[in-house]
Design a protein around this ligand. Sequence first.
Ligand SMILES: [Zn+2]
Length: 76
Amino acid sequence: MKCLKCGRETFESRNAEAIELDNGCLLVIRNIPCYKCTECDDILYTGDVVEQIEQIIAAAKNLTQQLMVVDFTTAA
Ligand SMILES: [Zn+2]
């Protein structure tokens, strides 16, 4: 997979994302599998991973906690 920004090679890595939900909750997802650019550090997710992140967000919206931290490898 090539970087969308600069076209350089990417390598497999893990990333954490903090997502603010419409209900005011801050969701932190750790250990998300991603591709990282060797040049500009841009992060790429595959379609599958984006879909799984959306599912985790949808599930998190049903909870009322202000702050939530999940591990991608166990929540997906
Ligand atoms: Zn790049």
